[in-house]
Ligand binder design. Structure first.
Ligand SMILES: *[C@@H]1O[C@H](CO)[C@@H](O)[C@H](O)[C@H]1NC(C)=O
Length: 350
């Protein structure tokens, strides 16, 4: 039986979190950065370096001697060192590590293999350090993607791990396509061109959920908001039902494939459409006049409604207001005459 001493336990408790944090970061960076991506980046930078150093020579000037040495510079170690120095950003950990680990191979290519194998990506990333695969292939052994390496996923999707030593070669199809080989059409699309190796899927008519052609006669199933009528999918009038799908203060407006609920006019208490002519009932403060709900002028009724002394009635849409008349102000619920000092000074005669 193992007995862990108190000191040992304390130490491992102390160390464990740090160790886990380091491990965590290692896993994260390893998962985030594909070595093949790093290698491709590095090769791109190598080509940039070649470009930048292409017009250089050992020194400056353009003497005959310099002209002669130029050809030597082209394949020189000095040029290679200049290129390698700029291969990675200082913060690009994976890139710096890759250069450090494989600098000898890059030198070997530069001095010995370059003429025979001019494609650095192929020689270095694919065939020498084995982090990439030729495009259209995937995984440790660079096997062909589903649908073949020529046109992975039949040109209708993305092959998992394409061009890298990772992935499993399966296809993620574009929206229009489905099936393991991206040859079938997804719901909402129909096959407009098809043979064993090529498949083109096109949009169904907007009325169809699934279809076998381009028009609303070709639906297999109507989309929500559309109903079948004589073999066509046609817009369903959601507003034609006995009970409106909208709230009491709204009217229903049918649209292609759907409907809207619009606010009734403020003069309406319930309505069948836009404006004061389409009220089912008038709101409080409105009366039916010439087939539309119009504002009632409460101030002109026979009975006086603003009953305090020195008070005016003001009509407003749907209601009215009682306010103190000009020259009077509200004070303790009464309209009292404005005091003299509150009045504007009269023009003084000089
Ligand atoms: C399939 O169709 C494509 C595009 O139309 C064509 O290029 C190809 O040759 C056809 N293949 C066969 C086997 O008919």
């Amino acid at each position: 039986m193992a007995v862990i001493g108190s000191t040992g336990t304390a130490v491992s408790i102390y160390l464990a979190p740090r160790f886990l944090i380091v491990l965590f970061f290692f896993i994260c960076t390893a998962a985030k950065k594909e070595p093949c991506d790093t290698c491709r980046r590095l090769v791109d930078r190598f080509h940039e370096g070649l470009e930048k150093t292409s017009k250089k020579n050992f020194g400056g000037g353009n003497t005959a001697w310099e002209e002669k040495t130029l050809s030597k510079y082209e394949a020189s170690e000095i040029r290679l060192v200049e290129i390698i120095e700029n291969l990675c950003d200082s913060t690009d950990f994976e890139c710096n590590l890759m250069v450090e680990e494989h600098e000898e191979q890059v030198e070997k290519w530069w001095f010995k293999m370059r003429n025979k194998y001019p494609d650095l990506l192929k020689w270095f990333c694919i065939d020498t350090i084995n982090v990439c695969c030729p495009s259209g292939t995937y995984g440790p052994d660079c096997l062909g993607c589903l649908g073949g390496s020529e046109r992975p996923c039949h040109g209708n999707g993305f092959c998992s791990g394409d061009g890298t030593r990772g992935g499993d070669g399966t296809c993620s199809c574009k929206a229009e396509y489905t099936g393991p080989f991206c040859l079938e059409c997804a719901d909402g699309y129909y096959s407009s061109e098809r043979n064993d190796t090529h498949s083109v899927c096109s949009d169904c008519h907007e009325a169809c959920k699934t279809c076998h052609g381009a028009t609303n006669k070709d639906c297999k199933e109507c989309k929500d908001g559309w109903v079948e009528e004589d073999g066509n999918c046609v817009d369903q009038d959601e507003c034609a039902t006995e009970k409106s799908p909208c709230k009491e203060s709204q009217y229903c407006l049918n649209t292609e494939g759907s409907y809207l609920c619009e606010k009734c006019d403020e003069s309406c208490f319930g309505c069948t459409g836009e404006g004061p002519e389409k009220c089912t009932e008038c709101s409080a403060g409105y009366v039916l006049e010439d087939n539309k709900c119009t504002d009632m002028n409460e101030c002109e009724t026979d009975e006086k409604i603003c009953v305090r002394d020195n008070e005016d009635c003001i009509n407003i849409p749907g209601t009215y207001k009682c306010v103190c008349a000009e020259g009077f102000e509200e004070q303790d619920g009464q309209c009292v005459a404005l005091t003299k000092k509150m009045k504007k000074p009269l023009l003084s005669k000089t």
